[in-house]
Ligand binder design. Sequence first.
Ligand code: MG
Length: 401
Amino acid sequence: MGFLSHSFWSKNIFRLENVILTSIPLHLSDWPFINSQGTQWISSTTRLYLSRNPPMSIREAIEAREKSLLAASACASRNSRGRVNAESSCPVRTCFQVDRDRILHSKAFRRLKHKTQVFLSPEGDHYRTRLTHTLEVAQIARTVARALQLNEDLTEAIALGHDLGHTPFGHAGERVLDELLGDGFHHVLQSLRVVDLLENDGAGLNLTWEVRNGILRHSKGRGALRGADPDNLPATLEGQVVRLADVAAYVSHDLDDAIRAGLIAADQVPQALRRELGARHGERINTMVTDLIAASRSSQTVTICFSTATAAAVTALRDWLFHAVYQAEPVVAEFHKASHILRELFHYFSAHPAALAAYGGGHVSGDPAEVAVADFLAGMTDRYAMNLYQQLFLPQPWKVL
Ligand code: MG
């Protein structure tokens, strides 16, 4: 009896310590109330733990922590609308942590490292690719989410997944597929298709409704940064954070890369924009992030927004980049060549379905054959598409010595 009693207590004290350790906010300096409310909350969590039979899992402890620390308008993991195919919950991670990990471990995510952001297949190691863009978006979005007491895990999952459907050669690749497909092509819909149907050997990632909605609604194109139609906004504030973190990231890093590439000089950027947003990458990110946090906190409606002045400056910088960088002759000239490659590959694989299968292309039941070709092409990295073009259309040197 004595032995059993000792075993019971050591087991439960271990669990109790575990709950307390996993319950303490990770960044104590961010939570100045830890000594008063935090201590009260830890003891209430402990009481909740002790009252549970069987004991609370680590995931349940994290969910209880969310309830105490997140804003009322945040999307708590426990309130997720769930997945298309129901699954049993992970004992350690919330549903949004699970989604983040599924995206991070996907093949489509790894391929982002060799997909164009602005400069096609850059040789210089300091240029952004679609992967580093994604990571910058995720970091900006997490900073904003934490400051606004929103769900950081949901925010991170949406950010990491938002561009999974991007084609090789950036928006030039997207335009070619849009032209060639009967029903058109948009990277946003393709991102959803990747996570729903193409990843995991065609089984999809079975993500939660909130992450899928955030991916689907992240794009603004050249639309308004303030006062967008609510029907087009993400349903969660976390999704809205990613939507604006995306533009904050790309207007600043694309400018930084264009200067690195010698396409523009720093002093060519309109002076008013340098004054409003900052002259350097770090200054611009700091201006946009702090503005996003302050404007969202003081907004009359529950929404994520820039202030009127910063929204106008970001829009003006985005418009300026379109002319000075995205449509600059040296960039467009390379994109013409890249478009030719994708067009030729599209026609080749449309005419040779056996070759499509041999190269690993799949076919989702019920979809037209051209969609299978587009899935294959959209999944390629820049270098894979260029190598394949070379292999299929250019004479190869005889390699037998
Ligand atoms: Mg993006």
